[in-house]
Design a binder for this molecule. Structure first.
Ligand code: GLA
Length: 406
């Protein structure tokens, strides 16, 4: 099933390229989206995250040209809202970012950041991009676009980025050109994910540890609430600023360096703070989430390795509650999805469920018993429709391979 999806997407990329350029593409690069199992809004605090790559990809088909001109077409196969558009790109390390970023900003930003990091291109190229990573679903469609472009540039230039270089330059592109102050999780997992493994990433040392996740009796169910999440607004930078303010008030650079005991002991001090419009009580809640989430992430990773599914489930629900109540990045539709999964419970095959990604809509991630996965998906879809009046889109995925040249 996963292979068929991938092959269809690749065939679509080739067809799209031929249609737009009238010749055959010769170079192909792919990068996946991701789902985060736990460790939400911890990456920019230097904490731990635990994502895995999913069997949904962005694929680029390309051919070098003999001119300086670079033209790239894009369309999104699963999302009719994305128009089919072309852009012309400049092969220079210092192109000025646009005031209002669009899809082309991610591409131009990645090209420029690759060139800054030492890649050189002898000529321009033509390319066609297709993707089946849902847009606005909190599954890192942007990171998969950046990482696929960077992987293409590696192949076209013959310059291979080492280790964390590629994900980090993609983060630079997102900060500077897409103007989104994201953490490092999405680009790391899209670039370095491995089949049948989740990744425990220490976002302070920036060192990933691959954690085998190959138990065939457990499956990962992704449920899209179809409430579009938008992280380009003020909410994400505000959360980030709140965490930074609390860390600094406690004499640290990152909340990762603050323990729960220390945070609780400093409660009065934090309650007396104000950061812009954000009052002390809110600052305390934001920090309590970030500090607690690190503890939950490490616990869940150990429990997952040990096959202790009851503990895995507890951590997932606790993470969701913290994101809902303390971090306030959930929404009623997502809360319903988690509640529905929880009410099916372990006897019905549900191990745990939570919101995944940046929040304000998007998807939930639910760990389920493989033999019950179809039944659970049906129940969730029916109940969601009944409670919320919307259709959920549900799919099962295994931990997938990260970026690669095809
Ligand atoms: C978005 C960002 C990530 C991370 C998550 C929340 O996906 O791009 O860096 O902060 O939100 O965990």
């Amino acid at each position: 099933m996963a292979d068929r999806l991938f092959d269809n997407l690749l065939a679509d990329a080739k067809e799209f390229f031929r249609e737009k350029f009238g010749c055959e593409p010769t170079v192909f690069a792919a990068a996946p989206g991701r789902v985060n199992l736990i460790g939400e809004h911890t990456d920019y605090n230097g904490g731990y995250v635990f994502p895995m790559a999913i069997e949904r990809y962005t694929i680029i088909a390309a051919t070098p040209t003999d001119s300086d001109k670079t033209t790239i077409w894009t369309k999104d196969c699963g999302n009719k809202m994305v128009p089919t558009v072309a852009g012309d790109f400049t092969l220079s390390a210092d192109v000025a970012p646009k005031d209002s970023p669009d899809w082309a900003s991610y591409v131009q930003g990645t090209i420029s950041c690759c060139l800054r990091k030492g890649a050189t291109l002898k000529s321009g190229f033509n390319a066609a991009i297709v993707s089946n990573v849902p847009l606005g679903g909190g599954l890192s469609s942007s990171a998969s676009l950046e990482v696929s472009v960077a992987t293409l540039i590696e192949e076209l230039s013959g310059h291979k980025f080492e280790g964390s270089e590629k994900p980090l330059l993609c983060v630079d592109a997102e900060h500077e050109y897409a103007k989104m102050p994201c953490g490092i999780m999405d680009q790391f997992i899209s670039a370095l994910g491995q089949k049948d493994c989740a990744m425990l990433l220490d976002c302070k040392s920036e060192k990933p540890e691959m954690v085998p996740m190959s138990d065939p009796t457990v499956s990962v169910l992704i449920t899209n609430s179809n409430v579009k999440h938008e992280l380009t607004g003020s909410e994400y930078p505000e959360r980030r600023a709140a965490c930074k303010a609390v860390a600094e008030a406690l004499g640290r650079k990152l909340l990762r360096e603050v323990s729960m005991d220390e945070l609780l002991a400093s409660k009065d001090k934090i309650l007396a703070m104000k950061n812009g419009e954000i009052v002390g009580e809110t600052l305390f809640k934001r920090a309590r989430h970030a500090v607690g989430e690190d503890v939950r992430t490490l616990k869940m990773k150990d429990a997952l390795v040990a096959g202790d599914w009851a503990t895995v489930g507890e951590q997932m629900y606790a993470s969701h509650e913290s994101l809902r109540d303390d971090y306030e990045v959930s929404c009623k539709e997502i809360d319903e999805l988690v509640e529905i999964a929880r009410s099916i419970g372990p006897d019905g095959g549900v191990i745990g469920s939570r919101i995944t990604g940046g929040g304000f809509g998007g998807c939930t991630v639910t760990l389920v018993r493989t033999d019950k996965a179809d039944e659970i998906a049906k129940k969730i879809a029916q109940e969601y429709k009944a409670r919320v009046g919307k259709d959920a889109t549900i799919f099962v995925t295994r931990p997938a391979q990260g970026a690669r040249v095809l």
